[in-house]
Design a protein around this ligand. Structure first.
Ligand code: SF4
Length: 432
């Protein structure tokens, strides 16, 4: 099973390759010295990750060709802006018309959208976000895999089930062999082109050991590696980049410095942001974002979180709901409503219509089983499937009852492809 469509290189300008997919052209950063015009490649996250033999590419493209245009038709139909305007306040209509004309919205206007409650008005917001998603991203949907290699963490984040607050959690650390085998399966059996390696801040594996693991994965497979090991230090970022990691998933969780310090005693937001800024300087693709609905968080904080994500030039926006874990200090706080999560995704699309790949998080899927479908129709464009071996997965207990805890990778793939097909989306990543 393949999660990307090969494209053909039609131009090369230094390290930038222009790649064509059924007539659509995208650019990707090339690290293959022998790449030439006419070659077929897989590009993920804006990087050329693999040169594909022409016969293999032609075969895959022949299968995709008809499907690709059929999917585009479905997507186009679903993204049409035929909506009932009756029952929508004139002020909301004015703001959404402005969004469609792509005139910048003021904070006040964005806050009004973020706080929308009426189903009719929210529906219109989601339609506008979906329209803009389609305009700039076509029907491309990123489908990355995530592999949770260890649930050890020495930090004390007040909301997290992996934190030191949770003394009863069975802790695991996959061995290098187990990680390499899980990666082999994800890449060779299931065809993932991009994988996130994730853990808590685990003192049991040094940055050098992590780097060696990344190097070994890169030696064995053509796959885009994101690292998500928390704050590994500015030098650590460099070491992992040199080892071959090209993406980082590191959420700042909240842009409100005071709230950040309350939730992360002993740590501060500037330290977090320094990591993200350094990662950008080094050339990482950055995936970041925040928690929605934290106790003490205001709507304006969520809006600032979206602004901060844009200011960090994040390629992927990762915003998920706060879900209380019983072994943490926030055990008795309520999660947000699914509609606040959807409003956040839609407003993020309005704030950054052209660049944002907006992720539907597993936390959102846990809060609302329809998250993928409703999220993809409200401006979101990315999914992650969990490729952690089933024997470890339930122990990565960030919050209780995580979605997909017991589903095999095959089951997740089958469900995802069914859903994407019904929405007219192609599981691919067309680069930058
Ligand atoms: S949020 Fe991350 S750093 Fe904080 S306790 Fe959980 S796993 Fe550790």
């Amino acid at each position: 099973m393949c999660y990307a469509i090969p494209g053909q290189v039609v131009a090369l300008d230094g390290r930038i390759a222009t790649v064509e997919y059924f007539g659509e052209r995208r650019q990707a950063y090339n690290e293959f010295p022998s790449l030439k015009v006419g070659d077929f490649v897989y590009a993920q996250g804006g990087f050329v990750i693999k040169v594909v033999p022409p016969e293999e590419a032609q075969e895959i493209l022949a299968v995709w060709k008809e499907t690709f245009f059929e999917l585009q038709e479905v997507d186009l139909r679903l993204a049409r802006l035929e909506v009932e305007r009756e029952g929508v306040e004139r002020r909301v209509l004015r703001i959404l018309d402005k969004a469609l004309e792509e005139r910048p919205l003021s904070k006040k206007e964005l806050l009004a959208l973020l706080g929308l409650q009426s189903p009719r008005e929210r529906e219109l917001l989601y339609k506008v976000a979906n329209f803009l998603r389609r305009k700039y991203h076509g029907n491309a949907t990123c489908v990355h895999g995530i592999l949770e290699i260890s649930n050890f963490c020495f930090r004390n984040c007040a909301y997290c089930g992996l934190s030191t607050h949770n003394g009863s959690l069975w802790r695991y650390r996959m061995s290098d062999e187990e990680v390499l085998e899980a990666v082999r399966e994800a890449v060779e059996v299931y065809g993932f082109q991009a994988l996130v390696l994730q853990s808590g801040e685990d003192p049991g594996r040094s940055v050098e050991e992590l780097a060696e693991l990344v190097r070994e994965i890169k030696r064995r497979h053509a796959v885009l590696i994101f690292v998500s090991f928390g704050e590994i230090g500015l030098e650590g970022l460099e070491v992992l980049y040199e080892a071959g990691a090209r993406g980082i998933l590191l959420r700042f969780e909240t842009s409100n410095a005071e709230l950040y310090e309350k939730l992360h005693p002993g740590y501060n937001l500037s330290q977090r942001l320094a990591h993200l800024e350094r990662a950008l300087e080094l050339g990482y693709i950055v995936a970041t974002g925040g928690l929605i609905g934290l106790p003490g968080q205001r709507l304006s904080d969520i809006l600032e979180d979206i602004f901060l994500t844009r200011a960090l030039s994040a390629e992927m926006y990762s915003f998920g709901p706060f879900l209380p874990h019983p072994a943490t200090p926030l055990a008795f706080s309520a999660p947000p409503s699914p509609s606040l999560v959807l409003n956040t995704l839609a407003v993020a699309r309005l704030v950054d219509p052209k660049n944002a790949k907006i992720l539907i998080t597993t936390a959102f899927e846990t809060l609302d089983p329809r998250a993928r479908e409703i999220g993809l129709l409200s401006g979101a464009s990315s999914l992650m499937l969990n490729v952690t071996p089933l024997r470890f997965r339930p122990h990565y207990a960030l919050y209780p009852g995580r979605a997909h805890e017991e589903e095999t990778v095959q089951e997740q793939i089958a469900q995802t492809l069914r859903l994407l097909r019904s929405l007219g989306r192609a599981p691919m990543d067309l680069g930058v």
